[in-house]
Design a protein around this ligand. Structure first.
Ligand code: ATP
Length: 205
């Protein structure tokens, strides 16, 4: 089975994450969309406070539709969640499945800084989802950090015709912190917003 893995912090999950998963399923690019919340995200650990794994996972569980699931693998494995380790484990454990890791175009720009980046791109598939409000990195730009075969592979796996989503968790947290919540209902599912309100998340940080 072809499975799209959405690795991320999901702090909180938003309409962009959901829209991306819906697009990949509806266009039959994949048969399953698996949200895999990072337990201790390497790029975010220590830099800012993130909500607990349980809260981030609970919010994800409120948005699941047909074909979508959550994996607790990074929590079960514990420690810092390196994508290289997660994908190595998944491909070894489930050789019958084909995994592709979905990243936004902002993450593609940073991918060379990820743990064991060269091997990561050589061994695994990364689908890049264009991010609303961001330009896509060009082959020339990627060539500053990657060998030519990696540039060819990465640029070949960009979902050029996918619908764009402007949402970001940073923007949602900012709105919640500053009380700018008039339009926040457009950015994330109502059930997630209710959960945030009930648990008083993101305010007063
Ligand atoms: P933050 O603002 O806290 O960095 P985020 O909105 O980027 O959060 P993450 O959970 O970090 O959300 O995202 C997981 C992955 O999904 C990343 O690769 C990110 O680039 C991608 N992504 C998130 N939102 C979008 C979006 N609106 N369009 C395309 N890709 C997105």
């Amino acid at each position: 089975m072809k499975i799209a893995v959405f690795g991320g912090t999901f702090d909180p999950v938003h309409n962009g994450h959901l829209g991306m998963a819906r697009y990949l399923l509806r266009s039959r690019i994949v048969e399953k969309a698996c949200f895999l919340p990072a337990y201790l995200p390497p790029h975010k650990a220590g830099k800012k406070k993130i909500q607990s794994y349980e809260h981030r996972r609970n919010m994800l569980s409120l948005i699941l539709e047909d074909g979508m699931e959550i994996s607790d693998l990074e929590k079960q494995r514990g420690g810092i969640s390196y994508t290289f380790d997660t994908l190595s484990f998944l491909t070894q454990e489930r050789p019958e499945d084909e995994f592709c890791w979905v990243i936004g175009s902002d993450s593609l720009r940073q991918l060379h800084t990820w743990y064991r980046a060269e091997e990561l791109v050589e061994r695994f598939t990364f689908l890049t989802y264009p991010r609303g409000g961001e330009t896509l990195p060009t082959a020339v730009e990627l060539g500053e950090h990657w060998q030519e075969n990696a540039v060819v592979k990465l640029t070949g796996q960009i979902l050029h015709t996918a619908p764009l989503f402007p949402e970001s968790s940073t923007e949602i947290r900012r709105k919640l912190q500053t009380g700018d919540i008039a339009t926040i209902g457009n950015l994330l599912p109502a059930a997630v917003l209710n959960y945030i309100k009930q648990n008083q998340l993101y305010t007063g940080e």
